[in-house]
Design a protein around this ligand. Structure first.
Ligand SMILES: O=C(O)CCC(=O)C(=O)O
Ligand SMILES: [Fe+2]
Length: 305
């Protein structure tokens, strides 16, 4: 069947709204396009501080550090000329406190996912450095790893994941800006992820973030420069009864979590999880008590945002 979107003229540029824009306005753009660039989420100073935290960890990694081989199905998807560092939440206080714990970010996530702001799980917190010579990543929908298993991989299905790609360098098209197909979140046929010609690059300044729904077709771009890499942190969230990509309680100790903002503790699984909005949460309990009580972390304020 012909892809109806293929006959439509493609959007020239992704919408851009300043971080802090009313969540209802952001939701209107998300409903229309499936993604947008939030400008100025972090200052240059904050970006520099996060890079100082991450550089010593990313520097020694080899490109293609997620390996190769048939038994490693993520290797190709993760890129042979790309470095990825998981668990960034653990390594940067500025990223944790200025970005992850931001109440407005929690509201944008809640504009995509069911559930109240601050009651979503962190799915991944992964730096992605794309190096010269990297080819374009296969187009995909981030929710597409989970939704087909549940038989709900459709435009009108519940959203399972929401992603933010926080730019930690200025990112031009040549450096491998993420490619997106605005409107692809609403296509009838989710077997179709679209074609490279339908994509546009989400260019960003350091400190901007691309916010995308789990239904928007996108992929990392090819880096055609000879000497410049680009960095984002992919900070993705899910409804909280989905197994995250990164196994937080094994990466982060309770002692470390104690110094984190409560909203970050909760997104990492150090608090019990509400199923129908009840507080404290009914799921993920310890000896029938809320986990946050057992771990002596204190309860989350009812209204984060
Ligand atoms: O690095 C990027 O620009 C996008 C990466 C991505 O979409 C993914 O790995 O799921
Ligand atoms: Fe993705």
């Amino acid at each position: 069947m012909a892809n109806p979107a293929a006959t439509m003229s493609k959007a020239a540029e992704l919408a851009r709204l300043p971080f802090g824009t009313d969540p209802d306005e952001v939701k209107r753009v998300l409903d229309r396009d499936g993604g947008l660039v939030l400008t100025g989420c972090l200052s240059r100073e904050q970006v520099d501080a996060i890079n100082r935290d991450l550089d010593p960890l990313i520097g020694p990694l080899r490109q293609g550090n997620f390996g190769v081989g048939e038994d490693n199905f993520v290797a190709e998807f993760y890129g042979g000329k790309t470095k990825r560092l998981q668990h960034c939440v653990k390594y940067s206080q500025v990223y944790r406190e200025a970005f992850l714990a931001s109440p407005i970010l929690a509201e944008y996530v809640a504009a995509i996912l069911p559930g109240r702001p601050g009651r979503h799980s962190l799915f991944a917190s992964q730096a992605i450095d794309i190096y010269p010579g990297e080819t374009a990543q296969a187009l995909h929908r981030d929710g597409g790893t989970i939704a087909p298993t549940l038989g709900i991989n459709r435009a009108d299905s519940v959203e399972l994941v929401a992603n933010t790609l926080l730019a930690l360098t200025d990112i031009t098209e040549e450096m491998g800006a993420t490619r997106v197909i605005p409107g692809s979140h609403a296509w009838q046929d989710f077997e179709n992820v679209g074609a490279p010609e339908q994509t546009i690059p989400a260019t960003m300044n350091a400190g901007d973030a691309l916010l995308l729904t789990g239904k928007l077709s996108h992929g990392g771009g090819a880096n055609s420069t000879t000497d410049r890499s680009r960095r984002v942190i992919s900070t993705s969230f899910s409804i909280s009864f989905i197994t995250p990509e990164e196994a937080w309680p094994f990466a982060i100790t309770i002692e470390e979590a104690k110094s984190y903002p409560p909203i970050v503790q909760a997104m990492l699984g150090f608090h019990s999880v509400p199923m129908r909005g009840e507080e404290p949460g009914f799921l993920w309990r310890l000896e029938a008590r809320p986990l946050e009580d057992k771990l002596k972390l204190g309860r989350l304020p009812l209204d984060i945002a």
